[in-house]
Design a protein around this ligand. Structure first.
Ligand code: CAA
Ligand code: NAI
Length: 246
């Protein structure tokens, strides 16, 4: 029970990686707030976990909207009295070659994947600062570290997440709050299901382990960074990508 007694918020928890993380955290004893834009999927996944005896709840949120985030944070604080862990996992893609990328699609991805991380973190920070303890885990990507064809908007946001992670690790470390990032490689979820087969084959060829990752591979990295085992780990980007970034 590595998260016994902890209250964790996981954004994007109705999706592939976020849901795996919610189940992993709940299994390790955490009370989990599954937060997502998609209410129906989120509610039914939370119910599925409750049926297994876990202490979880669903909260609808749009991480691109500050008011929506503030109400979510307030509701979770009211329900559980505290917030110990925030996993900024919600994300979207709107892939396009630079020549065709619209302003709208550029901004939409920045708003969710970059501004969303900033806004969610600011919303939970007062609780963590008052406690003098907290764990913030941000989701970057191999695309944010290395760039990726068709992902100007996404790579910019995910690189920005690394910049914010390192800045916050420096600002908040002495206040008892650890801030780290995970940079997944290509993981089997709805997000990669939308990628053309030809590109998936190219991705697999890039991975020394020779296959795509599973949502649980990332959930386990989140677990490490959320648990006391990582108390002296701060400001890192943990690459969970089968070796792409060597
Ligand atoms: N490597 C090499 N060449 C590529 C390529 C790649 N990954 N992707 C596209 N190209 C080439 C194409 O072969 C094509 O070449 P030609 O002009 O010589 O034929 C050219 O670039 C244009 O490609 P498309 O014909 O596919 O152009 P399009 O406008 O129809 O589509 C696209 C562009 C939307 C970017 C599409 O190629 C695509 O969806 N690519 C996948 C993008 C991707 O990797 N997304 C990752 C999603 S998963 C994720 O984001 C999770 C994470 O964090 C990693
Ligand atoms: P997914 O598409 O399965 O899940 C993403 C979830 O985020 C969805 O449930 C969606 O409803 C939610 N979401 C989207 N916009 C939102 C918003 N405005 N407010 C609240 N929730 C919102 O994708 P996946 O793969 O589980 O992605 C999780 C994270 O991992 C994302 O940040 C993604 O960028 C990142 N990632 C994924 C990789 C992959 O290969 N699947 C690789 C690297 C990073």
């Amino acid at each position: 029970m590595r998260l016994e007694g902890k209250v964790a918020i996981i954004t994007g928890a109705a999706g592939g990686i976020g849901f795996a993380a919610a189940e992993t955290f709940a299994r390790e004893g955490a009370t989990v707030a599954l937060a997502d834009f998609r209410a129906e999927a989120g509610e039914s996944k939370a119910q599925w976990l409750r049926n297994k005896g876990y202490n979880v709840n669903f909260y609808q949120v749009n991480v691109a909207d500050r008011e929506s985030i503030n109400s979510m944070a307030k509701a979770i604080e009211n329900d559980y009295g505290t917030i110990d862990i925030l996993v900024n996992n919600a994300g979207i893609t709107k892939d396009s070659m630079l020549t065709k990328l619209s302003q709208e699609d550029f901004e939409a991805v920045i708003n969710v994947n970059l501004t969303g991380v900033f806004q969610c973190t600011q919303a939970v920070l007062p609780v963590m600062l008052a406690k003098g303890r907290g764990k913030i885990i941000n989701t970057s990507s191999v695309s944010g570290v290395n760039g990726n064809i068709g992902q100007t908007n996404y790579a910019a946001a995910k690189a920005g997440v690394i910049g914010m992670t390192k800045t916050w690790a420096k600002e908040l470390g002495r206040k008892g709050i650890n801030v780290n990032a995970v940079a997944p490689g290509f993981i089997e979820t709805g997000m990669t299901a939308a990628v053309p087969d030809k590109v998936i084959d190219q991705m697999k060829a890039m991975v020394p382990i020779g296959k795509l990752g599973k949502p649980e591979d990332i959930a386990n990295a989140y677990l490490f960074l959320a648990s006391a085992e990582s108390d002296y780990v701060n400001g890192i980007v943990l690459h969970v990508d089968g070796g792409i970034m060597m």
